[in-house]
Write a protein that binds this ligand. Structure first.
Ligand code: SF4
Ligand code: SF4
Length: 530
């Protein structure tokens, strides 16, 4: 058992592991000690001096980010003396700062702004002209506004310690010190550089993609999961006007730490596409045309009852566990049959040496882990195409739970007795299907994905669904229940409970257990497909 140390911080007694820093211990009593250079995922150079605290008995203020706790220690983070020292440090930071908050993308989430508001001087005393660096293009997605920099070196340490590609450095000395790139290509060609924008505590490093797009206080943050590979990085969707404006990493030490890759970070525009399926559509026979959900589902069940042939399905590894579980239930209710899925592969993994948990995986779908555990088989090539001949052509019922890949520009080529397509966007399959049912994307619903290691992770809706689109688990679950297979599920939690009751890999799990951190499936259950 770890050795514990008991100390008092701001009058509150707390016990923490030996070796904990005062800054981290203070978090446990609800105090945030101001800091710039400290980041829990990086080394601590103790150079910004913002985290000065008063330690009784110490001859001078101590930096909380590198001073470790001691038995019986008495620390004051909010005393007049501690705040006085930090106020002096803040004043130095503002000597050359341009105070351009009104046009700075970081305004509203800037630690310089926050700390000055909390404990800075009311008036500046600087009378000298300010030093001017201007703006520089650092390559990749990053612009550098040197005048806003507080020289914390988080960006330099991220590139050296995490990306392990020494692209940034400090040049010059004293008040001429400035961050710069080594070569002309700057950050071009690196795979995780977007994280330097996230960890820059001020508006010195900003994203070209997000430049002047939205004010921080207008954005709504919703926890989600990246859908760009099977790693399952935890992210937040930042939305405004029912559009995803940017993706940001969400800390989960078991999955992605504090970071995400640039590929996943920038793959969000598809969630904002307007070419959506918005109403159920029935083709051929009577009734036909656009119609309400009740009529469309009734027609589907009547036409399916006329088909005596087999039932086959194509699932999407972009669909949630709940939707895949409901698809399996419906296929069983219609008599049972093969369910296959297609999933694209990247040529290579993108790894970070020393960070084994964070890899941009070859498997570019978020939920092959769920599909495989439900007995669905992978078909097709590494681009996610082909492989459907045996399921798409038969006299019976073909159900295609469309994917978010928008990869169906090629003719889908189904020749089935009854072709039912559930999808988010217009596609070749939607153009050919007998019955088209509009479903929500993961950004418009609650649900779970199972990542490469079998970790089930929840996501929440960040956008309103268009038109009459509904979650696939609701539509498929209602059809299965109508055929006497399971009961009607009305919430994502109920849909997950129905899955857990039927699929051994998920048995015993609940939304509460999974929480915001995820939970690993029962590993005794083997995967089908790969
Ligand atoms: S650019 Fe940002 S992260 Fe880098 S040293 Fe300056 S303030 Fe720190
Ligand atoms: S590693 Fe995979 S899951 Fe993580 S951000 Fe990149 S693409 Fe998304």
């Amino acid at each position: 058992m770890a050795e514990m140390v008991t100390l008092t911080i701001d009058g509150k007694e707390v016990s923490v592991r030996k070796g904990t820093t005062i800054l981290e211990a203070a978090k446990q009593v609800g105090e945030e000690v101001p800091h710039y250079c400290y980041h829990p995922g990086l080394s601590s150079p103790a150079m910004c001096r913002m985290c000065l605290v008063e330690v009784e008995g110490a001859p001078k203020p101590m930096p909380g980010c590198v001073t470790t706790v001691a038995e019986g220690q008495v620390v004051n983070t909010q005393s007049g003396e501690a705040r006085h020292h930090r106020q002096g440090v803040l004043e130095f930071y503002l000597v050359n700062h341009p105070l351009d908050c009104p046009i700075c993308d970081m305004s509203g989430e800037c630690y310089l702004q926050d700390y000055v508001h909390a404990e800075g001087r009311k008036h500046g005393r600087g009378r000298e002209p300010k030093r001017v660096f201007g703006r520089d293009d650092f390559g990749g997605d990053v612009l550098f506004y040197g005048d806003r920099c507080v020289m914390c070196t988080r960006c330099v340490r991220f590139m050296s310690e995490v990306e392990q590609d020494h692209r940034l450095t400090v040049v010059e000395r004293g008040n001429r010190s400035v961050i710069d790139t080594f070569f002309d290509e700057g950050l071009d060609g690196t795979h995780f550089h977007g994280n330097v924008v996230d960890i820059c505590p001020v508006g010195a490093l900003v994203s070209k993609d997000f430049l002047h797009k939205a004010r921080a206080w207008d954005l709504t943050h919703t926890p989600s999961i990246c859908t760009s590979c099977s790693q399952g990085c935890n992210i937040d969707h930042h939305t405004r006007d029912n559009l995803v404006q940017r993706l940001k990493p969400r800390e989960n030490l078991d999955v992605n730490g504090w970071w995400i890759c640039d590929y996943g970070r920038h793959n969000y525009e598809w969630m904002n596409h307007g070419d959506r399926l918005e109403a159920p559509l029935v083709r051929g026979g009577e009734p036909s045309g656009a119609m309400g959900w009740g009529d469309a589902l009734r027609t589907l069940l009547e036409r399916a009852a006329d088909k005596k042939g087999s039932v086959k399905a194509v699932a999407s590894p972009f669909a949630s566990n709940e939707s895949l579980g409901a698809l399996k239930r419906l296929v069983d209710a219609l008599g049972g049959g093969d369910i296959v899925y297609r999933s694209p592969r990247a040529e290579d993994e993108v790894t970070l040496e020393g960070f084994p948990t964070l890899v941009r995986r070859k498997d570019l779908s978020p939920n092959t882990g769920g599909a495989g555990r439900l007995g669905m088989k992978r078909v097709g090539d590494d681009e996610g195409h082909g492989g459907l001949e045996n399921v798409a052509n038969h006299d019976g019922v073909l159900i295609v739970l469309g994917d978010g890949l928008l990869d169906q520009a090629e003719a889908f080529g189904a020749d089935a007795g009854l072709f039912v397509y559930l999808g988010t966007h217009g596609s070749a399959a939607a153009a050919e299907a007998d019955i088209v049912l509009p479903i929500t994307s993961h950004a418009e619903m609650e649900g779970t994905f199972t990542n490469y290691e079998g970790r089930v992770q929840r996501f929440w809706p960040s956008l309103d669904a268009p038109g009459m689109a509904r979650p696939a688990w609701l539509v498929l679950g209602a059809l299965a229940a109508e055929l006497g297979r399971g009961s009607v599920v009305k919430t994502a939690a109920e849909a997950f409970a129905a899955l857990a009751a039927e699929a051994p890999a998920f048995s015993g799990m609940t939304y509460d257990d999974i929480g915001t951190r995820g939970a690993v499936v029962n590993e005794s259950v083997s995967l089908t497909g790969d």
